[in-house]
Ligand binder design. Structure first.
Ligand code: GCU
Length: 671
């Protein structure tokens, strides 16, 4: 008896030690003992050698299997795509072999069926945008300091830097990401100085063997900010020469440099309009400098100014007239919605409207408006919703996915960007479940038709299944996968419910955007940065009228969408107050008054998160103690935050509605 007890104790302690000792995952890649595998390959290029290394390091398939990597000629396999048939991975490029190897490895754990498969990426360029500053801080970053920068005074490359960049590169390659913009869109001109470029070169050298191109965000006024010239006018000959020289300097160091990302004439950033020129003049000037080297310009359409015009309309107004005027190596980078990465927005009307320019979606992986790293929000459902939104621009079925990936409009280049959530934190993303968003972005960039359910399923299996104790594996699906997947899949909708139900938007706390702030309106603030500008609550009702009786932003959408949005009865309820100002007594689809429905939605969000806590509490046997407790802490905080949102917003709006909170919602916080 005693012996059995001691044995059980040893197993228990041993197991817990393993879990404790385990390094946090590098995305899904874990250091589990691999099985033996033989890999046949011909090319000895770094990309292929990395494919071989990955197979040997992570192989969980048949012990001693023979795998061959083959470069072939094929019309079915597009650039960077791959084919898996049996134990052979074929591709037309070396990058394809690398992606095929990772797909095979993922499938061993995630049960994805890759036995006979050709897989081609939806987008040619799948890029992470890092909003990292030279001083090491990260704008809207919640996962510690920058993995790339430590400060202008410290540009030396350490062993720790190289290790971290390599893990980052490997993780990205494992999900098909092939580009990284290394610095903030609010760009410092110093990024283009010679010492900084040396560090960029060092980073590029680590990313290259994993198929990742390096890009930089540039400040449009760099020539003047670096005190080389007196103007940054894009039509000035000296300015043009300056950029050509700078680009030549970059390519001399980094021959496969990807190009520039530019935030111009937006939120105080300089741009061509400062000189009476257009966005096309600015973008084309840079594009011409990059063209000989095959470089791209990703020119952001996130523009708005403090005018009387509805902010949601301004990007369309500025960019649609320029359609067709951009060089073919310019891609217009458009945020998913017309305002700013809110937990829910209708798609930006620019998608599908610019038919003679390359247009790429920009998603935000970091949770700026979705609780930072303090709240669980799995974002695949949000991106899936955007990608599958029908723009109707070429008839029914003209989804955002199809108008951006080259299916409906011939674009010289296609791309998609995600604002990264990575930092120096040991779990990379601020909280472990946040890695699912990095994973999801990569997977959707590769295949924009994937479903959130599949992505969540894959990530949970890849991340947690190998950690499960052997005797628990039988019930793993029932006791861990399904319940936790439900948490992930419901989490974004819960955030919407407790922070911006029914299409309310931009009512978050000022500056840091964490928590509620519908009241924030100091006298000297820019009106279009204050929440009352967006919710428009008054004694009559609430919501932003964007129909013809209001700002008429609906007119920027193709029919029949404009009509659907214009009529509150047909407008999807999730966008109701985005497009309409409605009386508090307006009857919603549930039969409740608008006020009561708002109360119910705020409360629903809170209850959803409370339920997530209860579900997660039961999973202790299935994760490491650290991840279990960390997630518990996140959910506890999230429940508290949801309660604050509900109470704060309802009390604030109640001063206008003057209606009571439905009695049944007045329950104690933790029932
Ligand atoms: C948001 C965000 C800023 C960021 C901007 C952008 O407004 O709050 O920090 O600079 O988006 O996308 O450029």
């Amino acid at each position: 008896m005693m012996i059995r007890f001691l044995f059980a104790l040893t197993v228990f302690l041993g197991y817990n030690l393993i879990l404790h000792a385990q390094n946090p995952n590098d995305l899904w890649l874990q250091q589990h003992p691999a099985k033996a595998v033989n890999v046949q390959y011909k090319s000895k290029s770094p990309l292929v050698l990395n494919a071989v290394k990955a197979l040997k390091q992570y192989w969980q398939g048949k012990e001693g299997a023979d795998i061959s990597l083959k470069l072939v000629k094929s019309t079915a396999i597009k650039a960077e795509g791959y084919q898996i048939s049996g134990n052979t991975i074929s591709a037309t490029t070396e990058k394809g072999l690398l992606y095929g190897a990772y797909a095979m490895l993922r499938a061993q754990i995630s049960d994805e069926n890759v036995a006979a498969l050709v897989s081609n990426p939806s987008y040619e360029n799948r890029i992470l945008n890092h909003w990292d500053n030279l001083d090491g801080s990260v704008e809207r970053g919640y996962a510690g300091k920058s993995i790339f920068w430590r400060g202008e005074g410290d540009l030396t490359v350490s062993k720790a830097d190289l290790d971290r960049w390599k893990k980052y590169a490997e993780a990205n390659a494992s999900i098909g990401i092939n580009g990284s913009v290394l610095n903030n869109v609010n760009a410092s001109a110093k990024m283009l100085s010679a010492p900084v470029l040396q560090r960029v070169k060092a980073i590029a050298a680590v990313l290259r063997p994993y198929g990742i191109k390096t890009y930089l965000s540039v400040n449009f006024s760099s020539p003047t900010m670096l005190r080389d010239l007196k103007t940054a006018d894009p039509l000035n000959a000296d300015v043009i020469a300056w950029w050509h020289k700078k680009v030549a300097e970059i390519y001399k160091e980094i021959p496969d440099f990807g190009g520039f990302l530019v935030k111009a004439n937006s939120e105080g950033q300089p741009g061509p309009q400062d000189f009476g020129r257009t966005h096309a003049d600015g973008a084309n000037m840079l594009a011409d400098a990059l063209k000989p080297y095959g470089g791209l310009v990703m020119w952001r359409a996130f523009v708005y100014s403090p005018s009387n015009e509805d902010r949601a309309k301004q990007a369309y107004q500025e960019f649609v007239p320029l359609d067709g005027k951009f060089r073919d190596n310019v891609i217009i980078q458009v945020k998913n919605g017309p305002i700013d990465f809110q937990p829910r927005e209708p798609f930006s009307p620019l998608f599908g409207a610019m038919q003679h320019s390359s247009v790429m979606p920009e998603f935000q992986v970091t949770q700026e408006y979705l609780g930072h790293a303090y709240q669980v929000a799995f974002l695949a459902p949000m991106w899936e919703e955007c990608l599958n939104s029908d723009t109707y621009q070429k008839g029914e079925g003209s989804t955002v996915a199809k108008v951006t990936d080259g299916t409906l409009f011939s674009q010289k280049h296609s791309a998609i960007a995600g604002v990264a959530n990575t930092g120096l934190d040991s779990n990379w993303s601020g909280y472990t479940l946040g890695q699912a968003n990095w994973y999801a972005f990569g997977r959707l960039a590769w295949d924009n038709q994937l479903k959130s359910d599949q992505i969540a399923d894959e990530w949970l299996k890849l991340t947690f299944k190998q950690q499960a104790q052997p005797d628990l594996i039988q019930d793993w699906n029932k006791n861990f996968l399904q319940p936790v997947k439900n948490i992930l899949l419901e989490s974004r909708e819960a955030v919407v419910n407790y922070s911006m139900p029914l299409g309310l938007h931009h009512i978050f706390a000022a500056h840091h955007h964490f928590g509620p702030g519908p009241w924030w309106a100091p006298k000297n603030a820019r009106p279009d940065w204050t929440p009352p500008y967006y919710h428009q609550a008054d004694s009559l009702g609430i919501g932003f009228d964007r129909t013809p009786s209001g700002s008429n932003a609906t007119s920027q959408y193709h029919q029949p969408l404009a009509d659907v949005f214009n009529n509150p009865d047909t407008c999807p309820e999730m966008y109701l107050l985005w497009f309409h100002h409605l009386p508090w007594t307006y009857q919603t689809k549930s039969g409740r008054s608008l006020w009561d429905e708002l109360c119910f939605r705020y409360d629903k969000g809170l209850q959803q998160v409370r339920n997530f806590q209860k579900v997660w509490d039961k999973t202790s046997l299935y994760t490491s103690v650290e991840v279990y407790e960390e997630t518990q802490a996140v959910l506890k905080r999230q429940t508290f935050d949801a309660q604050v949102y509900k109470d704060a917003c309802l009390l604030y709006f109640q001063q206008f509605s003057k209606m009571p909170i439905p009695h049944e919602l007045e329950r104690p916080v933790f029932d």
